[in-house]
Design a protein around this ligand. Structure first.
Ligand code: ARG
Length: 298
């Protein structure tokens, strides 16, 4: 079996020069662009080191000048069983990423790291694994929609991968992607920030996840971008976090690798959105969450 593999994008062309979510602060970046860039390169290296320590193999692809948000490859595609479904971005600022990312994925296919690269049907937006998160315990995707991805995209993802998708509507611009406020963990727990969801989507979530497996994040956890975490078995890679999450996850047996990702939080990103799992597989879904694995049209 292949080693768990993560795609990262080199931060050479990273900056914060526009604002398409409430966390983005171009003025703060502009106050010290060189210093900010230096810290971003350092933060990126710490993330790479933490991912290697957690047991991942890491592939680093080059970014493109003028497309600073390419450092968030979680938004570039949904990947499962070697098949990549390329994203369509809502904002014009990020649409220029689609062509370079298509080349990156094609290259990964030629190298045998993917078997197929496909386009989403026209007429919907879908911002990759940041808005479509595989739940290995329950055997379905959770798809965020509203601020970025459209509801119809959840059906397109379900049809392409032939897997159930539970769509969750995001209620705030602060949690503009699902991965900002929602993170499934290997033990079947879901770490999530309740105020990010509409009442209806909270019902859908809680119906599928028993209370013992729900970990409610606080506003401080969200602000630290710690819900945006990368998990492999008992290892969790995340931004420098809060006492609450250290103790909550520690008690459940998780080992945290905390990384200072401040320069990327200035763009509204944490550890998970800087990564894309290339080897995600639908095989070996455990029975722990079987009651939640029904064909879901929510
Ligand atoms: N500045 C980027 C944007 O607004 C940040 C993306 C972070 N990615 C994520 N999956 N949350 O699109």
């Amino acid at each position: 079996m292949r080693q768990p593999t993560i795609l990262l994008i080199d931060p050479t062309h990273y900056d914060v020069s526009y604002s398409i979510n409430p966390w983005m602060d171009p003025a703060r970046w502009a106050s010290d662009p060189l210093g900010m860039h230096r810290s971003a390169v350092t933060a990126f290296e710490s993330l790479r080191t933490a991912l290697l320590a957690a047991g991942f193999a890491v592939e680093v692809a080059q970014g493109t000048a003028g497309q600073p948000d390419m450092v968030f490859p979680a938004n570039a595609a949904v990947v499962l069983d070697g098949r990549a479904l390329l994203a369509r971005f809502r904002y014009p600022q990020r649409r220029g990423e689609e062509a370079p990312f298509a080349r990156i994925f094609e290259d990964l296919r030629l190298r045998g790291l993917l078997s197929e690269v496909s386009l989403l049907p026209e007429g919907c937006y879908q911002e990759g694994a940041g808005d479509c998160i595989w739940d290995a315990t329950r055997g379905h995707f959770w798809a965020g929609f509203g601020p970025r991805s459209t509801r119809a995209a959840a059906d397109a993802v379900s049809a392409y991968f032939d897997r159930p998708v539970v769509a969750l509507e995001l209620a705030t611009e602060q949690s503009y992607h699902l991965d900002v406020c929602f993170c499934p963990l290997s033990g079947g727990e879901i770490l999530y920030y309740p105020p990010a969801f509409t009442a209806e989507s909270l019902v859908a979530l809680r119906r599928r996840v028993p209370a013992s497996q729900r970990i409610e994040a606080t506003e401080a956890d969200l602000r630290h971008f710690s819900v945006n975490a990368v998990n492999l078995h008992d290892q969790v890679v995340m931004t420098r976090t809060t006492p609450h999450l250290r103790s909550e996850l520690g008690q459940r047996g998780y080992r945290l690798h905390e990384v200072d990702l401040t320069p990327f939080m200035l763009s509204g990103g944490g550890a998970y959105c800087m990564t894309l799992r290339l080897d995600r597989s639908s095989a070996g879904v455990s029975t722990a969450g079987e009651e939640g694995g029904e064909q879901a049209a929510a």
